[in-house]
Design a protein around this ligand. Structure first.
Ligand code: NAP
Length: 238
């Protein structure tokens, strides 16, 4: 049974992706810090999906070791989704107002955790010719005032993702910019603002599934472009 580990699976994009993978019959290992919300997300999955929830912070090496240990018990991993992320302190602030400790925390969650999980799970991923899906941001490539810490962490994540890709040719490694989504993180970035014009995270999921299924070369992709390419392919064969 294809098996996926999704970090940050209790809300937003991670939860939406877990829902679709469950529908497709995947076995899921889901993690987030808040136990109640994670259990609620797991209980709401369709098809009585085989799901394991492991509560914890991806920045905690002991928690990561528990995740890796559970995957190794299964003996299979087809998809690692490094989705859990932090903006750092909010309201977002200029770099001069960000302390080294705060920036370090952002990197612990957004860079070190995906790096460590990918490295530890490489044997399982290689055995299944699996996929690493690292959720990036436009802030990795653009420079917005007050987004410097988060943006630098996503740029570093992209770099690690693409390097894992060229160093491990039996797996596919994707850094995907999902675009703006109507989630808790987006609301935290824009406190008090009406974010109802942003798309639901469920709108992004088909693009992620297309990427996994089509398996283009490892690289950085924008979710909107993946969907467009998939539509073009469907049109060409119709
Ligand atoms: N929303 C956007 O507009 C947008 C735009 C570009 C990129 N992104 C990226 O898309 C991804 C998903 O974001 P989202 O908007 O869906 O976020 P979200 O709705 O706020 O959900 C974040 C999820 O991650 C978990 N999480 C947060 N910190 C964690 C940690 N240290 N350890 C384990 N789990 C943690 C949260 O649960 P707990 O709090 O219980 O841990 C929750 O399940 C992120 O990588 C984000 O950077 C989002």
């Amino acid at each position: 049974m294809p098996t996926a580990l999704i970090t940050g699976a209790s809300a937003g994009l991670g939860r939406a992706l877990a829902t679709e993978l469950a529908t497709l019959g995947w076995r899921l290992v889901l993690t987030a810090r808040g136990a109640a919300r994670l259990e609620q997300a797991a209980a709401g999955l369709p098809n009585h999906a085989p799901v394991t929830t492991i509560v914890g912070d991806v920045a905690d090496p002991e928690h990561r070791a528990r995740l890796v240990s559970r995957i190794n018990e299964f003996g299979r991993l087809d998809l690692l989704v490094n989705n859990a992320s932090t903006l750092g302190p909010t309201p977002l602030r200029p770099l001069t107002a960000l302390s080294p400790a705060e920036l370090s925390n952002v990197f612990s969650v957004n860079v070190i955790a995906p790096f460590a999980l990918t490295a530890a799970l490489l044997p399982a991923l290689t055995a299944s010719r699996g996929v690493v899906l690292d959720i990036s941001s436009d802030a990795a490539a653009e420079h917005y005032p007050e987004w410097g810490g988060y943006g630098a962490s996503k740029a570093a994540l992209d770099h690690l993702t693409l390097t894992f890709g060229v160093e491990n040719l039996d797996i596919a490694c994707y850094a995907v910019d999902p675009g703006d989504m109507r989630t808790d993180m987006q609301q935290a970035a824009f406190p008090g603002e009406d974010i109802s014009d942003r798309k639901s995270p469920s709108v992004v999921v088909p693009a992620l599934l297309n990427l996994i299924a089509a398996r283009p070369p490892s690289g950085r992709y924008r979710a909107g472009e993946i969907a467009a390419h998939a539509a073009a392919r469907v049109g060409a064969t119709a």
